[in-house]
Design a protein around this ligand. Structure first.
Ligand code: 13P
Ligand code: SF4
Length: 362
């Protein structure tokens, strides 16, 4: 299997960006201040015909606000679809940069605001367009499938964009048509998709700094400690962790599993922001974070995405009141990226859920 490693210098840049994001501390807000901010935000959303689209990993209060104002809390596929189909003229994205860019690519006539422009993603940072283009040039016979966690320019170079909730189905579909695949950037998700589908894939070697830290050896021990627990794993995790899972899936698929499965206890290998919706969706069940620190080692991310956690109420109020952080994408790139993204949205509608309409919550 051919692959492209992340150069050490780029890895250092990613680690430095994550370190800086981790260094940002959010002061706990007194109740009156939080209430005043929340009211200002609600007023601005209504006045500006704006809808709040949030990911499961952002703070609880942003998730609650999205729910309370007719927005959505969702996985990255549903965020894309919701922002695209919702009639609001402004879409405000609480998540990371690729999510805000995706909203703009799909809805060029809407105003798209990112709550935090500096909220990155290690997968996006680890796949710069110049190097990625060179990799594509070496494999011109392959269909280029990229994960949504990439820049607009990388999406523009791709034939298909996928998210973790749809990756298996799209690759199965391409495999059945006899196509070979160039996959980027997440090596763990790519490896999982390759193992499940048997497709012929060459891989970029990026990773998520949060999910790569989950540890199989410690997870085995935790399973012994909680023998009745089911293990839920996001496929950005290492293969040895995925192999211990009772269910593997995107954030929304993991929440659905927690609701549907009979178990009372779940060990969860994904970012810890997901516990808020899990507890809401499956009250009375117990959720335990999967281990991130190996023996004698300490975790750096510790199931906490430093970039997702940059989103907060004061920033959201500021962005709405100033119009800062509007997302712009060069039209030539946007148009090309739109083709590969729309393929995914249309595929989801035709192959997964033909009744996909804007419904409020995922
Ligand atoms: P989902 O599409 O499962 O929400 O994943 C997005 C992400 O960034 C996971 O780390
Ligand atoms: Fe990116 Fe990982 Fe953060 Fe998701 S959790 S946004 S993949 S760094």
């Amino acid at each position: 299997m051919s692959s492209t490693m992340i150069p050490e210098q780029l890895q250092q840049q990613i680690d430095t960006a994550a370190l800086m994001a981790r260094g940002i501390k959010h002061a706990a807000l007194p109740d009156e201040e939080r209430e005043a901010l929340t009211n200002r935000i609600k007023q601005q959303l209504a006045q500006q015909d704006a809808v709040l689209v949030a990911h499961y990993y952002v703070d609880d209060e942003l998730q609650d606000l999205a729910d309370a104002t007719g927005g959505v809390v969702a996985d990255s596929l549903e965020m894309a679809r919701f922002g695209y189909e919702h009639p609001a003229s402004t879409v405000v994205v609480a998540g990371v940069r690729f999510m805000a860019e995706t909203a703009k690519i799909l809805s060029p006539n809407k105003k798209v605001l990112a709550v935090e422009r500096a909220a990155e993603c290690s997968l996006d940072l680890g796949c710069p367009i110049e190097a990625f283009s060179r990799f594509c040039d070496q494999h011109l016979d392959r269909t280029v499938v990229v994960y949504a966690n990439t820049s607009a320019a990388v999406k523009a170079r791709a034939d298909w964009v996928v998210t973790s909730s749809i990756a298996l189905k799209v690759v199965e579909y391409l495999r059945d048509k006899g196509e070979t695949i160039l996959w980027a950037p997440d090596r763990f998700l790519g490896d999982y998709v390759q193992r499940m589908t048997g497709a012929d894939m060459v891989m970029w070697q990026g990773s998520c700094i949060v999910h790569e830290e989950f540890k199989a050896h410690e997870l085995k021990k935790m399973k012994q400690q909680y023998p009745s627990a089911a293990v839920l794993v996001h496929p950005e995790s290492p293969a040895a962790v995925i192999d211990l899972a009772d269910r593997v899936g995107s954030t929304s698929q993991i929440i659905k599993a927690a609701v549907e499965m009979d178990n009372d206890v779940f060990i969860v290998a994904t970012e810890d922001g997901i516990f808020h919706k899990m507890r809401e969706a499956a009250p009375g069940k117990r959720f335990i974070a999967a281990p991130t620190a190996g023996e004698g080692a300490t975790c750096k991310s510790c199931a906490h995405c430093p970039w997702m956690k940059m989103n907060d109420l004061p920033r959201l109020a500021h962005v709405l009141e100033t119009g800062e952080n509007e997302v712009f994408i060069a039209e030539s790139i946007r148009q090309q990226a739109e083709v590969s993204l729309k393929r995914m949205v249309d595929f989801a509608r035709t192959h997964i859920n033909p009744n996909m309409h804007v419904t409020g919550n995922a």
